[in-house]
Write a protein that binds this ligand. Structure first.
Ligand code: SF4
Length: 349
């Protein structure tokens, strides 16, 4: 936890929980065990595949840390955990939200809290629950003095739900996970909704998404505009994404490459819909033709835009299908000659 971080889309991290369990392909090279706190504590995942876990630890002494920061910050909540992990009790998640509520209601400056999860179902169920909202209002009221407690309680319970300073972000690595997690996010009370498509492992269409439990191709959502259709007929709009982050995989021996067309397509989808787009990084791999000058040594792989292996100069081989492993720093974060650093609007009070 730190009020200074090199994660591109945030300014500080806050870790009232640490440790996690791998839930999908995007977790396979999870960075948390390579972070300093985990290395120092010898905390490692107990397996490489889905289900591997570091165990989860709660750190109640850290709960009030953001209330001590005197400059407004974008704060990544639980950068080394998933707040909605099964092993984090409901009451503790309510405590975390109570701190964010307290920051909005009576503390200054107002921070922007970025809550990132792959546990979309629990997120929706808690944030839609009356009991959870009551617990957040009660706990945030208990954090102020008696004279103001009732005001804070009522402000949170009646006026500031969903909390205006909390951005909810789900992550997804491919179309399947995007279709599982994004529609649930769109159905969750939130002031700002985002998706982090990192590590991006295949092309993703946010404009035509099937929804779990509905016949594929029949009911479709455009997650960038909220428009949706049932058997081709327009339905009332739903919520839409306010922010899209895209990045390739970094770190770890097994870091997987991202084809540039996948990132370009997402940028173009966002631009067409007017949704802020942030290109976080290429990760370990970058298109070989971006390298100028080329380093003396690097490894190379060939992959078509559909994710299948390509052979150099072979059938269907395109100029961007040669990808070079040069490391995150060298690969950088320019897409087609520029950086993309767009953000959703934040509240200021
Ligand atoms: S959900 Fe996030 S923190 Fe947890 S294992 Fe997956 S990538 Fe790591």
């Amino acid at each position: 936890m730190s009020d200074n971080t090199n994660i591109e889309w945030t300014e500080a991290t806050w870790s009232p929980v640490t440790g996690c369990t791998k839930v999908s392909a995007g977790c396979l090279n999870c960075y948390i065990e390579r972070t300093r706190p985990f290395r120092m504590a010898h905390r490692r995942f107990d397996g490489d595949g889905i289900g591997g876990t570091t165990g989860v630890q709660l750190h109640p002494v850290r709960l009030r840390i953001p209330l001590r920061w005197r400059k407004p910050k974008r704060i990544f909540v639980c950068s080394m955990a998933d707040l909605f992990h099964d092993e984090v009790p409901d009451d503790y998640i309510a405590d975390v939200f109570a701190v964010m509520a307290a920051n909005y209601c009576w503390d200054r400056p107002t921070h922007t809290f970025q809550v990132v999860t792959k546990r979309h179902a629990r997120m929706r169920s808690l944030l839609s629950s009356e009991d959870f909202r009551k617990a957040v209002a009660r706990t945030s009221a208990g954090m102020t003095d008696d004279a103001h407690a009732d005001n804070v309680h009522d402000a949170v319970y009646f006026h500031y739900w969903p909390l205006p300073n909390v951005h909810l972000i789900v992550t997804a690595e491919d179309q399947k996970q995007a279709e599982l997690r994004i529609p649930v996010l769109l159905d969750t009370p939130a002031a700002v909704r985002g998706v982090s498509l990192e590590p991006l492992l295949s092309p993703i269409k946010l404009t035509h998404m099937d929804v779990e439990g509905r016949a594929p191709g029949m009911y479709q959502i455009n997650a960038l505009t909220g428009r949706n259709t049932d058997m081709g007929r327009p339905c009332p709009d739903v919520a839409h994404l306010d922010w899209v982050i895209v990045g390739g995989e970094s770190g770890g021996r097994g870091a997987r490459p991202m084809h540039p067309d996948w990132a370009r397509s997402l940028r173009d989808q966002c631009q067409a819909a007017g949704v802020p787009f942030l290109f976080k990084q290429w990760g370990e791999w970058t298109p070989e033709r971006y390298l100028d000058p080329r380093p003396a040594k690097y490894s190379r792989t060939y992959m078509r835009a559909d994710g299948t292996a390509a052979a150099f100069g072979g059938d269907g081989y395109g100029p961007d299908d040669a990808l070079a492993r040069v490391g995150k720093k060298r690969a950088g974060r320019e897409l087609d000659g520029r950086t993309w650093d767009q953000y959703p609007e934040t509240v200021t009070v």
